[in-house]
Design a protein around this ligand. Structure first.
Ligand code: RB5
Length: 148
């Protein structure tokens, strides 16, 4: 397990149930977490939650977990924040590699795409993988427009 970051969760209504499952897993693993919302099943707009989570991640040393129906909307939104590297993962290999090579700091999941079992495996893999640094840091340094 990599050094434990505080986790900041967010979802829209479509991601609410899966977010609950992931929060329970995070607690089991000993992570400190905060859930910025949504907190009920009323229809809501995914950017509202993704912006809040991404702002926290951009400002500090926390990691984000965002869930919507597909995971796509929250991922697009979060990546508008400089310094945020949000990765939409639908398989375990991608979850591991986006930590190892992209130093991803936000995991995005699609609650209508992956079942709970796979989502938990993806979540565990993301949290456990270590960033490899080196040439991957050089590439990350080129991501933001105007940075290279
Ligand atoms: C909500 O119906 C749905 O559009 C949203 O959860 C997400 O999938 C958007 O990308």
């Amino acid at each position: 397990m990599s050094s434990k970051r505080n986790l900041v969760f967010g979802s829209d209504h479509a991601g609410l149930a899966l977010k609950g499952v992931l929060k329970a897993r995070a607690e089991e693993l000993g992570f400190t977490l905060v859930d910025l919302g949504t907190h009920d099943s009323a229809s809501t707009d995914y950017p509202d939650w993704a912006h809040q989570v991404a702002a926290r991640v951009a400002a500090g040393d926390e990691w984000g977990v965002l869930v919507c129906g597909t995971g796509i909307g929250v991922c697009i939104t979060a990546n508008r924040h400089p310094g945020v590297r949000a990765a939409l993962c639908g398989d375990v290999f991608s979850a591991k590699m986006t930590r190892a090579h992209n130093d991803a700091n936000v995991l995005c999941l699609g609650a209508r795409v992956v079942g709970e079992g796979l989502a938990l495996e993806i979540f565990d893999a993301f949290l456990a993988a270590e960033f490899e640094g080196g040439r991957h840091q050089r590439r990350i340094d080129k991501i933001d427009i105007g940075a290279s």
